[in-house]
Design a protein around this ligand. Structure first.
Ligand SMILES: [Zn+2]
Length: 67
């Protein structure tokens, strides 16, 4: 399972936070906050997405060629 994250949104900004304790910079849009989180997770937790990717593409391939 991927590391969890959350976006702490207030009326004027959005603060990205990762399950590991990392906090990004408050930004004006939720989209920017999400981009920061995914950038952080790729850099700080590369093993998590890499562990998921092969299983996911195997499942996709099996679904495509299975029948
Ligand atoms: Zn993190």
């Amino acid at each position: 399972m991927a590391i969890s994250y959350r976006i702490d949104s207030s009326p004027c900004d959005h603060l990205p936070m990762c399950g590991c304790g990392w906090r990004g910079d408050p930004v004006a849009t939720k989209l920017e906050a999400l981009a920061q989180v995914s950038r952080h997770q790729r850099r700080a937790h590369p093993g998590d997405s890499q562990a998921l990717a092969p299983a996911r593409s195997r499942a996709r391939r099996a679904a495509r060629f299975g029948n």
